[in-house]
Design a protein around this ligand. Structure first.
Ligand code: C2O
Ligand code: CU
Ligand code: CU
Length: 506
């Protein structure tokens, strides 16, 4: 999984951490109550490869015809580093795409110009505690938080979004989110489609009022079910048709929706060729009739338009499903084959080398850590009967640094009115393997309508746990001590407290 270059940079990085960094390591806690936040100074100025400022601010963008829509967005500015680090998306509220390379040392200044507290989380990235964007590190309007971390992750599609407790759903809905694309040497050696043939597609649903302004569901039912929009946006735009050439493309899909789960297929029943997941490229491509993409999950598809007729249109569609809001089939994005291409690239049959962990080597192989997803008093979702507490860590949420652990998410309990919903469970800071799924016989029928679309191969940071399901994941808590989160990535569930801390100690 890791290239040589990474293990080198990781070694120097770990050395830095142990060599005298411990004194300043606590600084984020001290700074949490001062004027501005600052991750501990990991690097000197000369060691920084990329320095960026991201400012969260109010703005207005033209999404529908007529009135522009008021949005909240991240504006990006490159302070130093390669020129193509920041890719702006025209006419969109989405933040810039950050192109990072494995091994780079990053410094990011987050400036909060919103009317409320916020903090940025780098979803999927393996970063030190102080750089993870935990809600206790929120900064007030007018303040700045400085993040520093090395890019340790594999090439792949990651993203960033706000993480203030109780306000993540509305802040994301207002527009705050952006993609991170990591590049590495293993991937660079492959002949995959690049530049304009490598298309990011952020899928989000929104609801607009008659003045073209976002509506966010404030009712308790919206919170319990998750907020579903009635208008689909791609990359923050209503535009759904992309003009393509007769050649192959790489499509990077992020489900950036608050709660909607998509069942994605090609309109003409062409099989989907999946080449990547949350944690980057698969070992080899896999073929699917459809895939299920839950909030926060990424999937990478490879598609060849070279034998398509000029003028033809192929669409990714959402197939009807039993997921909340999944009653109708609708188009997600259309590709209009408009021009001949002189070049193409073949699908590589070997994409990457994974160094997978062995479940039998988990410290708790026979007795996985249990996380029961349920609904408590007041119809509020929780984990093991407990809601989020800012600094709270239960005894069974303490982990030894370096341990390989089996975690089991159990969605069989229901509770309240016996309601079961799908929960996309996310663990901060690390990528895991999905080991097994177990479905309660009473829910098998529903499950079989989506089961073939679950991509469990490869590396993940978010796993969908269906009603009646028990899902086991294998995860190594390496490199960093500290307080991290795990939670449901249905943002309404997260905001209502379906989130907990775990603490890693040496
Ligand atoms: Cu994208 Cu705490 O999550
Ligand atoms: Cu995350
Ligand atoms: Cu949930």
């Amino acid at each position: 999984m890791k290239s040589n270059r990474l293990s080198l940079s990781r070694r120097t990085f770990i050395k830095k951490m142990s060599a005298g960094a411990s004194a300043v390591y606590l600084s984020p806690f001290l700074n949490a109550c001062s004027q501005s936040g600052k991750a501990y100074p990991l690097f000197s100025d000369t060691e920084i490869d990329v320095e960026i400022r991201l400012t969260a601010m109010r703005d207005a963008v033209q999404i529908l015809s007529g009135y522009p829509t008021d949005v909240w967005r991240y504006k990006g500015e490159l302070i130093r580093g390669p020129e193509n680090t920041i890719e702006h998306i025209q006419d969109s509220y989405l933040g810039p795409i950050l192109h990072l390379h494995q091994g780079q040392n990053i410094r990011i200044h987050f400036a909060n110009q919103l009317g409320e507290s916020s903090i940025i989380h780098w979803h999927g990235l393996h970063v030190p505690e102080a750089a993870d964007g935990h809600p206790r590190l929120v900064i007030s309007p007018g303040e700045e938080y400085i993040y520093e971390f090395s890019v340790l992750d594999r090439a792949g599609t990651y993203w960033f979004h706000p993480h203030p407790h109780g306000r993540t759903g509305p802040q994301v809905n207002n527009g705050l989110a952006g993609l991170i694309v990591i590049h590495d040497l293993e991937e660079a050696a492959l002949d995959l489609p690049r530049r304009t043939y490598d298309l990011p597609l952020v899928i989000q649903d929104r609801t607009f009022d008659s003045n073209n302004q976002f509506i966010y569901g404030g009712t308790h039912m919206d919170q319990v079910m998750g907020f579903l929009g009635d208008t689909l946006l791609i990359n923050g735009q209503l535009k759904k048709t992309y003009s393509v050439e007769t050649r192959s493309y790489r499509l990077r899909l992020l489900n950036g929706s608050n709660s909607r789960i998509y069942k994605i297929a090609w309109s003409d029943k062409t099989k989907l060729t999946v080449i990547g997941t949350d944690g980057g490229l698969l070992e080899k491509p896999i073929s699917k009739d459809y895939i299920i993409l839950a909030p926060a999950q990424r999937t990478e598809l490879w598609i060849d338009f070279s034998n398509r007729e000029l003028g033809s249109v192929l669409s990714l569609i959402n197939e009807e499903s039993a997921m909340p809001g999944g009653e109708n089939e609708f188009p997600i994005v259309n590709f209009s084959v408009d021009s001949q291409s002189g070049s193409s690239s073949e699908l590589p049959q070997k994409l990457s080398k994974h160094v997978l962990n062995n479940p039998q080597e988990a410290v708790n192989a026979t007795d996985p850590r249990q996380f029961v997803l349920q609904m408590g008093m007041g119809m509020s979702w929780n984990i093991n009967g407990q809601s989020f507490e800012m600094e709270g860590v239960a005894d069974d949420e303490r982990i030894r640094l370096g341990d390989l652990e089996m975690w089991e998410f159990n969605n069989q309990a229901g509770g309240g009115m016996g309601m079961l919903l799908p929960h996309p469970m996310h663990i901060h800071g690390l990528q895991f393997q999905v080991i097994s799924r177990n479905i309660d016989a009473r829910y098998r029928e529903l499950w079989e309508t989506i089961n073939d679309g679950l991509v469990d191969e490869g590396w993940h940071d978010t796993v969908l746990v269906m009603p009646g399901e028990q899902v086991q994941v294998l995860i190594r808590f390496e490199d960093f001590e500290g307080l991290y989160l795990y939670h449901c990535h249905n943002l309404e569930h997260e905001d209502m407290g379906m989130m907990r801390n775990y603490r890693v100690v040496a």
